[in-house]
Design a protein around this ligand. Structure first.
Ligand code: HEC
Length: 428
């Protein structure tokens, strides 16, 4: 593929990211409150996972909630509350969600989804009880989601031999958008020339990220319920799918399309899959010493593929560590960079591809990973809760490279120079 078309794909990919974000942000009014399945930008104060608060419920109340669960919720949200048609509802996934959002959802249901309204079947007190139950009471048997469960959920729709040799439709491949229809658990392929909705596809609850293969033919979506779908732009359909965790955030694919990595919020793990058919190859528990030296389970925030250095990168949110995964070696060894910062979030590469820069939100800093030398190159104090999103870097007239971030904690834009890591500008 020529340079130009690569850029086209990059452009498309960028737009898609924006569309995904737009999709995330488009929520029904009752879902306005921050919740685990909302984009990071709208949940600045989400508490560090797992921190299940001690339940303020009496044993009788817990028994009652369990009964309601079995009678009315289990069918869609699963007996261990790990999710099925509906998302997982656990202290780990919803401990930080706003009561109001949960109460409204259970009371009125969610229009256009399978979530029914319970206002005629449960009293207001029973609904409040269910909310406290979801937020604070762990399931009797903690749900696990390992290789076996992933493999059990996996479906292959098109094997290598069944893949079409040429596009099965008249639309221009390089001009097809994938748009997330978050609240109806769907995505839609849209023709970028005619704006026609070509097809809607059920790719999971709240699709959060999409990554494309280098040749632009295949895409991988990851939904908040942990469902990963590989789709083919020739067939305009799913190639394979698997549920890789109960709550997922990000996906990255190696440039040879052999490997896919998924960063999970719950269980605390990252999962390496075959890029061809999503066969699970390795589950890596995300646990490590946080900046205070305490061993913690950690959500996995950003994941990325370094095309230049041929490694996967992952940012462990609560552990404050950067993990570098070697896909070329057997068993996918991990190099761990500790004490990168507190509450890691979004990351992006600089122009050279040598540096991976991202938010350490609670440190009020941007941390810089030197991917080539496998070190933390810098920690740049920028402001309260930096949130770079997909990031931005550019060149000044004098040729210097700079990059910037905005913040959630204050209305501030901070710009620093690459690679001296000096702050060169601020706008409040
Ligand atoms: C017929 C299936 C079904 C049943 C029964 C059901 N749910 Fe749901 N529920 C869903 C689906 C599907 C969603 C996701 C809706 C969406 O796409 O926004 C959902 C979403 C939710 C959410 C919002 C989660 C989030 O992160 O946005 C809560 C809370 C919830 N359900 C609680 C319950 C409770 C409590 C019960 C039992 C009293 C219950 N549900 C019964 C299908 C169901």
């Amino acid at each position: 593929m020529g340079k130009r078309s690569q850029w086209t794909f990059f452009g498309v990919a960028l737009l898609l990211v924006l569309l995904v974000l737009a999709g995330c942000a488009r929520k029904p009014p009752q879902a306005e409150a921050p919740k685990p399945s909302a984009p990071a930008a709208t949940k600045p104060s989400a508490p560090p996972a797992p921190a299940a608060q001690p339940a303020g419920l009496t044993p009788e109340q817990i028994e009652k909630a369990k009964k309601i669960w079995t009678d009315r919720c289990e069918g869609c949200h699963g007996p261990t509350r790990a999710g099925a048609t509906g998302p997982a509802l656990l202290p780990e996934t919803h401990g930080g969600a706003k009561d109001e959002m949960l109460i409204n959802t259970i009371t009125d249901g969610r229009e256009g989804t399978a979530m029914p309204a319970f206002k005629d079947r449960l009293s207001a007190d029973e609904i409040k009880l269910m909310v406290q139950f979801i937020k604070t009471v762990p399931p009797d048997k903690p749900p696990t989601w390992g290789i076996e469960e992933i493999e059990g959920s996996r479906k292959v729709y098109l094997t290598k031999d069944q893949l079409p040799k040429k596009p099965q439709h008249k639309h221009r491949i390089e001009n097809i958008f994938f748009v997330v229809e978050r609240d109806v658990s769907k995505g839609a392929f849209i023709d970028g020339d005619t704006f026609e909705v070509i097809k809607e596809v059920p790719f999971g609850f709240a699709i959060h990220e999409i990554e494309y293969t280098h040749d632009g033919r295949f895409g991988y979506t990851v939904a908040r319920n942990g469902q990963v779908v590989k789709f083919d732009l020739y067939a305009l359909d799913a190639v394979a799918e698997a549920r890789v965790c109960l709550n997922a955030r990000g996906v990255a694919v190696s440039d040879d399309a052999k490997y896919v990595i998924v960063g999970c919020y719950f269980p605390f793990q990252m999962v390496i899959l075959s890029g061809e058919d999503l066969k699970p190859l390795k589950v890596v528990p995300a646990r490590g010493a946080n900046p205070d030296g305490k061993e913690v389970d950690s959500r996995v925030a950003a994941v990325a593929w370094s095309g230049k250095h041929k490694v996967f990168l992952a940012a462990l949110k609560e552990a404050g560590q950067i993990w570098i995964v070697e896909p070329k070696e057997p068993d996918f060894p991990v190099t761990k960079l500790e004490k990168a910062g507190r509450v890691l979030h979004d990351f992006f590469f600089d122009e050279s591809g040598d540096y991976w820069m991202g938010a350490a939100q609670q440190s009020g800093a941007i941390v810089v990973v030197d991917v080539k030398n496998r070190t933390i190159a810098a920690s740049i104090p920028t402001g309260k809760q930096p949130h770079p999103g997909i990031g931005a870097f550019w060149r000044l007239k004098d040729g210097r490279q700079v990059a910037g971030t905005v913040h959630i904690g204050e209305g501030k834009l901070t710009i620093w120079e690459v690679p001296t890591w000096k702050v060169v500008g601020e706008r409040v």
